[in-house]
Design a protein around this ligand. Structure first.
Ligand code: GLY
Length: 236
């Protein structure tokens, strides 16, 4: 297996998109009982999140315009996978979310990344199912992402091994795990997370900057969903 990619975990830009007014009523959710999203609070929490990316992490923010016709569009992560200077524009598993990729593609083109598009109509992939460890990719096979999507991702990022992980009881792979730093994977304690853990190599404690996302969580959003991180400083 290749060593840790140079520059892993270092970013210069974050692409984000504000919370649409349609999110509380129309955003997709696994639990239909979660119908009490507080829009004002969701927007305050999102502003805090963007503030952390900008002021604590020093990232340049690329803010895409809010679009009320796309209720899940705050979750920009699902529209693209960026690694090094390549951006794979995804084919989101939810039909109603496919249009979200258009403006994300434009933003990534403006950042002069090499754009690869997932045009195979049998493929689906949400960025929330893609975890890059710095050495390899894990792709969650979920209700949103299929084997063909994982194969196309492997074609787009040929330098890296790609393993698939079946997802149970969660929307996406990154609904319950994420990278906390080079070589450091954090994973939740739910049954679905622990089943998936068997596929991963190691788990350690780490420090976090707490950022509440209580309202977006009601529509299955988590922290990584709300940004696409890009490194324009150095080759990866
Ligand atoms: N609400 C996030 C999603 O279902 O894609």
């Amino acid at each position: 297996m290749a060593g840790l990619t140079v520059g892993f975990g270092e970013y210069t830009h974050a692409i984000v998109r504000g919370v649409p007014a349609s999110l509380p009523k129309e955003a997709l959710r696994m639990n239909e009982a979660n119908d009490d999203v507080d829009l004002a609070r969701a927007r305050r929490e999102h502003e805090l999140y963007v503030g952390v990316l900008m002021h604590k992490l020093g990232l340049q923010i690329v803010e895409l315009p809010v679009d009320d016709s796309l209720p899940d569009s705050v979750f920009v992560e699902d529209a693209a996978v960026v690694c090094g200077d390549t951006a794979l524009i995804t084919r989101p598993g939810a039909l109603g979310r496919r249009k979200e990729t258009e403006i994300v593609k434009k933003a990534l083109t403006d950042l002069h990344l090499n754009i690869v598009e997932m045009i195979d109509e049998s493929a689906t992939l949400d960025g929330g199912d893609v975890l890059f460890t710095g050495r390899e990719f894990f792709v969650g096979l979920s209700k949103r992402t299929n084997q063909r999507g994982a194969e196309i991702l492997a074609d787009a990022f040929k330098d890296y091994a790609v393993s698939t992980v079946p997802i149970y009881d969660a929307l996406h792979l990154k609904s319950f795990c994420s990278m906390a730093g080079p070589g450091l994977l954090v994973i939740g304690s739910s049954d679905g997370a622990q089943k998936a853990l068997k596929v991963f190599e190691r788990l350690k404690d780490h420090m976090l900057i707490p950022v509440p996302l209580t309202q977006m969580a009601k529509v299955d959003g988590s922290l990584s969903c709300c940004s696409i991180l890009v490194n324009k400083r150095r080759e990866m």
